[in-house]
Design a protein around this ligand. Structure first.
Ligand code: HEC
Length: 205
């Protein structure tokens, strides 16, 4: 009797480990959420609302970043609709300020003061210029971004929209939504666009 009980336990574990069902996944997600809710403590500007996933994030969690085509199309359109292009029609700013922003990983932590400007932390995921001391490779290399794609208004618009909300292009992208989340201001995004698309920028040398 005892042996039978042990074996049924081993079997259940093997089944659960071998092929997780949708119900298993939902249970794991609920457990993970509860653990994070329990262990994350609001401090300074890092408040509990950081744990709330919006519709897009919930879908990416549910489908493990592999959205069904119809869901992907709808959510990409939803994210694109939230992009606000600059009212003055100017998409590009100062590449020197953009260079400093791209290499600045500060901001959004509990020890940052409210209203203190954040950096872009682009270097964490992208190769950008030969002067970089180090860079991450989670994102593609952006070396010679403007030089290779052309110094056109269209390329500037693409860069602006990518920085504002990369999830309008790749819904489950790992790249933060810098504009939509309010992490970067319009002026900061313009400076980053200049860093990527100005012929004088080290990115294009
Ligand atoms: C956490 C990692 C991460 C950070 C930080 C990040 N990116 Fe990205 N980025 C990505 C990934 C991954 C992609 C690939 C496409 C996708 O998944 O959206 C990407 C794509 C891009 C693209 C489109 C590239 C192409 O070939 O068309 C641009 C432009 C870009 N990022 C610019 C930036 C800038 C500027 C910053 C800083 C403000 C930045 N990224 C910060 C991860 C990141």
């Amino acid at each position: 009797m005892k042996r039978a009980i042990i074996w049924s336990g081993v079997l259940a574990a093997a089944v659960a480990g071998g092929c997780a069902t949708t119900a298993d996944r939902a249970a794991y997600d609920a457990k993970a959420t509860a653990t994070i809710q329990r262990d994350f403590h609001a401090r300074g500007i890092a408040t509990m609302d950081r744990l709330e996933q919006d519709e897009l994030q919930l879908a990416c969690t549910k489908y493990r970043d592999h959205l069904p085509a119809d869901v992907e199309k709808r959510l990409a359109a939803q994210q694109a609709a939230a992009i606000r292009l600059p009212a003055d029609g100017k998409l590009s700013g100062d590449w020197k300020r953009g260079a400093a922003l791209a290499e600045n990983g500060r901001g959004m932590t509990w020890s940052d003061k409210p209203g203190q400007p954040s950096g872009g932390s682009c270097y964490n995921c992208h190769e950008l210029a030969p002067q970089q001391t180090s860079f991450g490779t989670m994102g593609p290399s952006l070396r010679q971004f403007g030089k290779l794609r052309g110094y056109t208004a269209e390329v500037q618009k693409y860069a602006y929209e990518r920085i504002y909300n990369s999830k309008a292009f790749t819904p489950c992208s790992a790249m933060p939504r810098f504009g939509t989340s309010g992490t970067l201001t319009e002026a900061q995004i313009k400076d980053l666009v200049a860093y990527l698309t100005d012929p004088e920028s080290p990115v294009n040398k």
